[in-house]
Write a protein that binds this ligand. Structure first.
Ligand SMILES: [Zn+2]
Length: 72
């Protein structure tokens, strides 16, 4: 059996690690975007509404029910 196919791969591909400093800004960005999405799906209604009208509420209405937020 010829195993030269497996040994021809570069060694560096196998075990590269990503430093935490490179991931941290993207993790913070992801948390902020996630918090905004959760806010607009779950709390953008009534007294906590930032945008007047029902457009945002109606747009995320199915997601609101899917995630179990109280609605109507
Ligand atoms: Zn509803």
């Amino acid at each position: 059996m010829n195993t030269s196919v497996h040994t021809a791969m570069p060694v560096a591909v196998a075990g590269q690690s990503i430093p935490v400093r490179a991931i941290l800004p993207w993790a913070v960005f992801g948390l902020i975007v996630s918090a905004l999405l959760i806010y607009f799906v779950g709390a953008e209604q009534g007294a906590t509404s930032l945008i007047s009208g029902h457009a945002v509420h109606e747009f995320v209405h199915d997601g609101r029910h899917l995630l179990g937020f109280p609605c109507h």
